[in-house]
Design a protein around this ligand. Structure first.
Ligand code: RAM
Length: 331
């Protein structure tokens, strides 16, 4: 064996010892979602499993409550603390309510990050946004405005009223409305809690209360499907355009039937993959979360933390008749 080869083997061996010294067993990373049974999070979990396989020393615990509430997530967090997981990567139902439970986790040496829907800075080491918040806010309004040249009434059907991500996007959307989309009139914002039945009821309520509604904007993959189904069932295709953030595999039929002209989203598989990558590298102390740090997210690239230890991934993709078929096969 050449000296160089020997050196490389030794280096690899000491790296392995370093990791094993940190954790005698695999690194247990809990991917905690807002609620189970949501196709968006199932896609993120695919990416999480992919990262685990690539990293080689990770076990993923994919978990979350049945209902998208903070109380239910606190129970999940407490049980993960009791199980002594090494890291928690959470999409939060509330930015503040989870902080005490997550602080307790960090006090016990558990690495905590949030992704998708954030936790306040004191409750996590870093937060990974799928994309720039202002860009998403503007995108969801533009998706409606592009198909409403004359303008008109639109309403938002959101997820839960405490969801960090949707609330931030809606706030950003409201900011750009008056200047950039003066003909778009936002008449209401309602909350379907990322629950199909509740989202369906809320969509029906909007159509009843606002007979001149021209678009429903649902920045949630659960709400957007419910709204498009209601518009389809009520024979309102062509009258009310449903748009927002949708998973192509779940939403293709509503682009096909004309209930929607276009929607947008980022790659949820890459998001789950990146969250696990970051949680792992912090847990094994390969990386440290601090403002300005540039952290690797494997095949997806790199992210840089801002002064609140948050980072954002890529711009969202737009899906319409021209490309939804192709994307629906991926996620
Ligand atoms: C739902 C969830 C998730 C959000 C997507 C767009 O699946 O609310 O947090 O990012 O929609």
């Amino acid at each position: 064996m050449s000296f160089l080869k020997k050196l490389m083997v030794t280096a690899a061996f000491s790296a392995a010892i370093f990791v094993n010294a940190a954790y005698a067993e695999n690194v247990k990373i809990a991917l905690v979602v807002k609620s189970l049974g949501n196709g968006f999070f199932d896609a993120a979990n695919k990416g999480a499993e992919e990262a685990a396989k690539e990293l080689g020393d990770v076990d993923i615990i994919y978990t979350g409550p049945t209902k998208a509430t903070a109380e239910a997530q606190i129970e999940v967090i407490n049980s993960l603390i009791a199980q002594k997981v090494n890291a928690i990567a959470i999409s939060a139902n509330d930015a503040d309510a989870l902080v005490p439970a997550l602080k307790k986790a960090m006090d016990r040496g558990i690495t905590v990050i949030s992704w998708d829907s954030g936790v306040a800075p004191e409750g996590r080491q870093l937060h990974l946004n799928p994309s720039d918040t202002n860009l998403i806010g503007e995108t969801i309004i533009k998706l409606a405005a592009d198909y409403l040249p004359e303008g008109g009434d639109v309403a938002i059907l959101s997820a839960s009223s405490t969801a960090t991500n949707q609330n931030a996007w809606i706030e950003a959307a409201k900011k750009v409305l008056p200047e950039k989309f003066p003909k778009i009139n936002l008449v209401a914002t309602v909350y379907g809690d990322d629950d199909s039945a509740k989202s369906t009821d809320e969509a029906k309520g909007l159509l009843k209360s606002y007979p001149n509604l021209k678009a429903i904007i649902a920045p949630t993959t659960v709400g957007v499907v419910a709204a498009a189904q209601v518009v389809t069932d009520q024979g309102l295709i062509g009258k009310v355009n449903v748009t927002g953030l949708a998973l192509p595999s779940e939403f293709k039929k509503f682009i096909d039937n004309g209930a929607s002209q276009a929607v947008a989203l980022w790659n949820p598989i890459d998001l789950g993959y990146s969250a696990v990558y970051l949680a792992h590298d912090l847990a094994v102390k390969k990386e440290e979360a601090k403002p300005g740090a540039t952290l690797s997210i494997g095949r997806v690239g790199k992210v840089t933390l801002d002064d609140t230890n948050s980072a954002a991934m890529a711009p969202p993709f737009k899906f319409d008749k021209s490309n939804i078929e192709e994307f629906s096969k991926i996620y």
